[in-house]
Design a protein around this ligand. Structure first.
Ligand code: M6R
Length: 350
């Protein structure tokens, strides 16, 4: 049951620090086919696709692999040309029809397949050559929260398995030990997120911006907002602003900007100024180090989470923040949180 929590989603968000605590520093076994693969294809739908997208950054940056990202619901219909290699299919339920189809297509074309699933003994588990369990525990809320975090963690751990630079690896490991506590600290500041949600609840649309790994996190935040509160959330790469989305900005359109202190920080700050100059209401999500630099910038609000030891860990903190904002926005609106309208937990039709 959901115990003291008013929704499964709330319970599942609160379980995330424990998942990182339990699984963060456990070694993950991976098949030799994956260890040897130079080219890896990542595939999934919805939130699983965004987690896979984060995994692409990890595998490229940490493990120097060539990574192709594919949306399962588009993939096999294209009849794409496929060479040998390894496919990792990411799916919470292990039942998503499009993802299963994509795996079958890859196998027919000679690929070795790995299923990264949360539900053991699922259809995808039975189909693939090798199964990696995300071990988030049962996820009841239709909106994925802890499963997303567990997927991202598994993808980070795979990348750490494959990486050469042991100094950097130790740094990430050290950061992973600290991470659960830093995630907990976000819950201590939940009243600020409730206030932000109060601001967002009356808007007709909300823009989410991020660069680097924060880009798929922004997309995930936009999806969470849309499915839970029915307020259209649109995620963009912050660098795309001038290529169109800036036209959406006015005094009534809130813009949530992920601005962690990473290699993109200064670029993101200039995007914040661009939005402010058009009277856009900016809500910044950043860490301590970023917040220091943002003093005096004319934004609506800044939510600050603890600075992680290394950039790879920002998504765990920023996605939790966005999940909570979407949750409280939906709560203020009185939406059906655990079962958003028109949606099902497992999408078993194409
Ligand atoms: O079970 P799967 O991970 O394969 O499901 C994929 C998507 O249907 C799922 O992530 C969906 O987007 C969620 N409702 C997002 O919160």
């Amino acid at each position: 049951g959901r115990g003291e929590f008013s929704h499964y989603m709330l319970k599942e968000m609160y379980e995330q620090p424990d998942i990182v605590l339990k699984e963060g520093t456990q070694t993950l076994d991976i098949p030799k086919e994956l260890s040897k693969a130079l080219h890896i294809t990542l595939i999934g739908c919805g939130s699983a696709f965004y987690a896979a997208w984060g995994g692409k950054y990890y595998l490229e940056q940490l493990a120097n692999r060539i990574v192709t990202l594919e949306l399962a619901s588009e993939f096999h219909y294209r009849n794409p040309v496929v060479q040998d290699g390894v496919t990792i299919a990411v799916s919470q339920s292990g039942e998503t029809a499009d993802t299963l189809k994509a795996i079958q297509y890859m196998e027919q074309h000679g690929q070795y397949t790995v299923g990264m699933v949360n539900v053991p003994h699922s259809s995808i588990s039975r189909q693939v050559h090798y199964e990696i369990l995300t071990k988030a525990g049962p996820e009841i809320g239709v909106a994925s929260t802890k499963a997303f975090t567990a997927q991202l963690l598994c993808l980070l751990k795979i990348s750490m398995n494959l990486m050469q630079d042991s100094v950097r690896k130790q740094k990430i490991l050290k950061g992973l030990k600290q991470l659960p506590l830093d995630m907990q600290k976000i819950f201590f500041k939940v009243s600020q997120l409730q206030d932000i949600a109060q601001h967002l609840v009356h808007s007709k649309g909300i823009i989410f911006l991020g660069r680097g790994m924060s880009y798929p996190v922004a997309l995930e935040g936009a999806l969470k907002m849309s499915e839970l509160s029915y307020i259209p959330g649109q995620g963009f790469a912050a660098g795309e602003l001038k290529h169109g989305p800036l036209a959406l900005v006015d005094a009534c359109t809130p813009v949530v900007v992920l601005a962690p202190m990473d290699q993109f920080f200064e670029k993101t700050v200039s995007n914040i100024y661009e939005v402010c100059a058009r009277e856009g209401k900016v809500f910044v999500i950043t860490d301590n180090a970023g917040a220091e630099q943002l003093a005096g910038v004319p934004v609506q609000d800044i939510f600050v989470y603890p600075s992680p030891t290394t950039w790879e860990l920002h998504p765990f903190l920023s996605v939790l923040t966005l999940q909570l904002i979407a949750y409280y926005t939906a709560l203020h609106k009185g939406c059906s949180i655990d079962q958003p309208r028109n949606l099902a937990k497992a999408v078993t039709v194409e």
